[in-house]
Design a protein around this ligand. Structure first.
Ligand code: ZN
Length: 295
């Protein structure tokens, strides 16, 4: 599925247009197992605990991921400023992408993670230009490490996602974008009320190369969303579900689904048209290893 020799792939977009690829799982719980405190910003660990971040990345490569992400989800200046690190956008993002590339070696591709800014356009506390500038700053740093792509993920607002896609496209890298569908009676809308069909339309218009969904709910709810996206696009589809519904036990968030239960559903996601499949919150390298036999 993955070219043995990267030099063979002349067009950076060719390799993912056919086939099914195994993504990674959640990073937060894995980093917490390494000592990351609740409330501590994971991205800061790219500089302070690079060996721990590397161990998480390597655990997903060892589990069989064809594509791993990077520990740069909260790497915009807006998020970093809440941790008094707005001046470290470049250092934190370059370190995070570099760590994943080191872990991936020639065994996996790396899509650098870009998460929401935490700013709400509709509240008026940020302008489109300010958002664009913040995403551009992050993706420019990411681009300097030359990953295989960028994944803009866990997006609730299609307007913010579109701005991030446009910024990411300036790097020349393939750009994936993934929305959270966690609202509405059937959990088939984003927090802003966007349907899967509307998301495909808006994000295709913005220039996305891969479109999908992540987080927000367990894998059962992803199957109809994937089918609906597949019905309206020929682009590769990216799907990363949570490990069931979260329960809070003694102050800790626990996800109930087993790796085997989750992996069984992988078949249904492939039938529904998914091309990139992994896990989000609550999923671990054990989940990815269990999914390996279906992908
Ligand atoms: Zn998640």
């Amino acid at each position: 599925m993955i070219e043995e020799n990267n030099n063979v792939t002349k067009n950076p977009f060719d390799w993912f247009n056919t086939g099914t690829f195994l993504l990674d799982g959640g990073w937060g719980t894995q980093l917490q197992a390494c000592g990351l405190a609740i409330g501590e910003h994971p991205d800061l660990w790219n500089l302070s605990h690079p060996e721990a971040v590397l161990s998480v990345a390597e655990s997903y490569v060892a589990a069989g991921s064809n594509v791993i992400l990077s520990n740069t989800f909260g790497g915009t200046r807006f998020v970093l400023s809440r941790h008094n690190c707005a001046d470290k956008v470049e250092a934190i993002n370059r370190a995070g992408v570099g760590i994943s590339i080191k872990a991936a070696k020639d065994k996996a591709k790396v899509f650098a993670s870009v998460g929401p800014s935490g700013m709400m356009l509709i509240s008026g506390n940020v302008t489109e230009q300010e958002l664009y500038d913040a995403f551009l700053e992050q993706v420019t740093a990411i681009g300097k490490e030359n990953p295989d792509g960028i994944i803009i993920e866990t997006m609730s607002d299609p307007a913010e996602a579109s701005i991030a896609v446009k910024a990411a496209k300036t790097t020349g890298l393939p750009v994936a974008v993934s929305m959270v569908f966690d609202s509405g009676k059937n959990k088939d809308r984003t927090m802003m009320g966007t349907t899967p069909e509307q998301a495909v339309s808006i994000l295709t218009e913005a220039g996305a190369d891969i479109i999908g969904a992540n987080c927000g709910q367990g894998i059962d709810g992803f199957i109809p969303i994937c089918k609906r996206m597949r019905a309206v696009t020929k682009l590769p589809i990216w799907m990363k579900a949570n490990a069931g519904l979260p329960q809070v036990v003694e102050g800790k968030t626990i996800y109930s689904q087993s790796p085997e239960e989750f992996a069984e559903k992988t078949k249904l996601l492939i039938e529904a048209g998914a091309n990139f499949i992994g896990g989000c919150c609550g999923t671990t390298p054990n989940f990815i290893a269990a999914m390996r036999k279906f992908i």
